[in-house]
Write a protein that binds this ligand. Structure first.
Ligand SMILES: Cc1cc2nc3c(=O)[nH]c(=O)nc-3n(C[C@H](O)[C@H](O)[C@H](O)COP(=O)(O)OP(=O)(O)OC[C@H]3O[C@@H](n4cnc5c(N)ncnc54)[C@H](O)[C@@H]3O)c2cc1C
Length: 304
């Protein structure tokens, strides 16, 4: 089946934007193609795109960089690049753990973080960790550069703030983990079947000077609703509590009682998924706390 008429490989952001403008909504951005081409093939009657604009030859979109307290990751950075970054292993561990379980090696070698977010599914594994990292996205929308919080990128399932026939997602930016801070990601997945998880959970914690109590936390459990979100009330309840097993158990129970996943024929029943919220929050939070307390940080579960 023919999927496109012309395939462009610009090497600068300006050239990519000029091509999108030239095709006036008829061209489509492509990165790794692991979502786009699968979706295109799944559609019964498919009309080829007049043009695809491949952003993976644009060097500035392929970089992971440190800028003072911040880390930036280009939208064209692959999951494999993320998994192989020692900087991210230490300072954005949850992101390494989430990108490390995306698909298999072939998918991770070409699939990008930008594509994961632009596809706009609330269950995207990279997306879940970016939300817990409180990331921002640099985009060009309607010809104007903008910086928006990661959550603003999602309008509904499969609906992104950016129009991939006209706009570009450039990079993500978030604060690197400080010495009393740590992150973790875990997910529950069917052994076979759909590519996206039954549930994923990413956690960021900051402990007090003695590393004995929670100063702040961000907890993302997905997919629960149509767009990725944080468990705000659970996050508020944890502040000031001892960073101990008892608190972790209470917080896991609270998350389980407050969040209401639905039954999904591709995932599992609502009852099962609700049970799993407790399990996931307990395990992920415990791991993040251990990392923040000990400074011993080695990403887990990558490449399985
Ligand atoms: C076998 C298989 C297993 C998978 N397993 C998982 C999994 O476990 N977890 C998971 O989260 N995902 C999974 N996926 C989905 C997919 O691999 C990821 O979402 C991946 O990150 C998508 O990135 P991509 O570069 O391939 O995106 P593409 O397919 O190239 O693009 C996806 C969408 O984003 C747009 N787009 C891409 N980049 C930009 C940009 N810079 N600016 C504007 N628009 C852009 C495209 O136009 C398209 O609409 C799987 C896919 C397959 C085929």
């Amino acid at each position: 089946m023919k999927l496109w008429e012309r395939y462009h490989t610009p090497t600068t952001v300006d050239d990519a934007l000029a091509l999108l403008a030239q095709y006036d909504g008829q061209a489509r951005v492509i990165a790794g193609g692991t979502d786009l081409l699968v979706d295109a093939r799944a559609e019964g009657e498919f009309h080829p795109y007049p043009a695809l604009v491949d952003i993976t030859r644009i060097p500035e979109l392929r970089r992971i960089e440190e800028n003072g307290d911040f880390i930036t990751i280009g939208a064209g950075v692959t999951h494999t690049q993320i998994v192989n970054s020692p900087l991210l292993a230490r300072d954005a561990t949850c992101l390494v753990e989430s990108c490390g379980v995306v698909g298999g090696p072939q998918v991770r070698n070409v699939g990008t973080l930008g594509g994961n977010v632009a596809h706009a599914l609330p269950a995207g594994d990279g997306t879940t960790s970016l939300v817990a990292l409180d990331a921002e996205a640099d985009i060009v929308k309607d010809g104007q550069p903008r910086r928006v919080s990661i959550q603003k990128m999602f309008l509904g399932p499969g609906q992104s703030l950016i129009d991939p026939t006209r706009d570009l997602l450039l990079r993500f930016r978030f604060r690197r983990a400080d010495h009393r801070e740590a992150t973790a990601f875990k997910r529950i997945m069917r052994p076979q079947g759909v590519a996206l998880p039954i549930l994923g959970c990413a956690v960021w914690v900051r402990l007090d000077e003695n590393r004995a109590a929670f100063e702040a936390a961000r907890i993302t459990i997905a997919p629960i609703g149509p767009i990725p979100g944080r468990a705000d009330e659970v996050e508020r309840a944890i502040v000031g509590q001892p960073a101990a097993d008892e608190t972790i158990t209470q917080i896991a129970e609270l998350a389980q009682s407050m969040l209401h996943p639905r039954t999904s024929k591709y995932r599992a029943t609502a009852d099962y998924r609700r049970e799993m919220i407790g399990v996931l929050v307990r395990r992920t939070l415990a791991l993040a706390v251990k990392r923040a307390q000990t400074g011993d940080i080695v990403p887990e579960g990558v490449g399985v």
